[in-house]
Design a protein around this ligand. Structure first.
Ligand code: AMP
Ligand code: ZN
Ligand code: FE
Ligand code: FE
Length: 281
């Protein structure tokens, strides 16, 4: 079982890297990708937690923004964490997320909801990438909503009046940076329209023409029509079609291994990624 897209407490997941590895082993997963948002800080703990039977694919999910303001997420796998251009882009994104959070909070305060930056930071592990899910957790802690999902539906979704963006590279810049660092670039949940504005299938094709290496096809936020369109596009461009859980821990309906990547696809990714090794003990 191969699951290439997960999050931990180093971004907006609720399991530590150690818990992630333990749960993945218990779920029968043999290859697990760690892809926290804009960060590689969880890699070492995950490596330390490995036991025979499971391999770790180091990665990150790079937050991108198009010139039209569309939010796009690109998974980088097997890149060199010491590559300065990619590390710098991720650091800039992480830093900018704090000022952005202050702006979102100000807008929510204007609507009469009492929430502070301190409330939000209480939900964040040390050094983790800050995101809207932490604000969602703070709203749950304050009793404003009862779940992360409800917080997103009522207040935090991309089209809400409270939404503020943050610095992010364009998808093309992220693809170039991932590949220059020896990594493999895969578009995450490209047709997940429930989250907000998305690229058209033609625009996704343009990213493939630009060098994007693969498409996450099987994802819980894709219906059958979206999966079929993406699978067909991946076939037309002869790129990887992956599946993954995008696991965030004990939130919502997501389960480790609920969507999987085929072994032959993984073999291709493994052969292409040269920035770092797959870790095994
Ligand atoms: P941010 O990076 O701060 O813009 O937050 C984006 C993250 O919020 C995503 O990676 C998801 O983990 C989560 N998210 C986005 N949209 C939703 C939604 N509609 N419901 C629940 N979580 C969401
Ligand atoms: Zn997330
Ligand atoms: Fe994502
Ligand atoms: Fe994700």
């Amino acid at each position: 079982m191969i699951d290439l897209h997960t999050h931990t407490t180093f971004s907006d997941g609720t399991d530590s890297p150690t818990e992630l590895i333990n749960k993945a082993m218990a779920a029968g997963i043999s290859v697990i990708g760690l892809t926290d948002h804009d960060s590689t800080s969880g890699w070492q703990e995950a490596i330390n937690a490995l036991r025979p039977g499971i391999s770790l694919v180091p990665g990150a999910e790079i937050s991108c923004q198009t010139e039209d303001g569309i939010s796009v997420h690109i998974l980088g796998l097997l890149f060199d964490e010491n590559d300065s251009a990619l590390a710098k882009t991720m650091a800039q994104t992480r830093e900018n997320r704090h000022g952005r959070m202050e702006k979102i909070i100000a807008r929510i305060n204007q609507a009469g909801i009492d929430i502070t930056m301190a409330d939000v930071l209480e939900q964040l592990s040390d050094g983790a990438t800050l995101g809207r899910p932490h604000l969602a957790d703070a709203l749950v802690a304050r009793g404003v909503v009862s779940s992360r999902d409800q917080a997103f539906t009522e207040y935090l979704h991309n089209d809400s009046p409270f939404y503020v963006g943050h610095f992010a590279p364009t998808p093309e810049e992220a693809i170039t940076a991932i590949k220059s660092a020896g990594g493999v670039s895969i578009l995450a949940h490209g047709l997940a329209g429930s989250r907000g504005a998305i690229y058209t299938i033609d625009e996704i094709g343009e990213l493939l023409a630009h060098g994007l290496d693969g498409l996450e096809v099987d994802h819980r936020d894709h219906d059958d029509a979206a999966r079929n369109e993406l699978r067909e596009l991946a076939r037309a461009f002869d790129v990887y079609a992956t599946g993954s859980s995008d696991y965030h821990g004990v939130v919502g309906v997501q389960r480790l291994g609920m969507e999987l990547t085929a072994p032959n696809v993984w073999e291709g990714i493994l052969a292409q990624g040269t920035g770092c090794e797959v870790f095994t003990v």
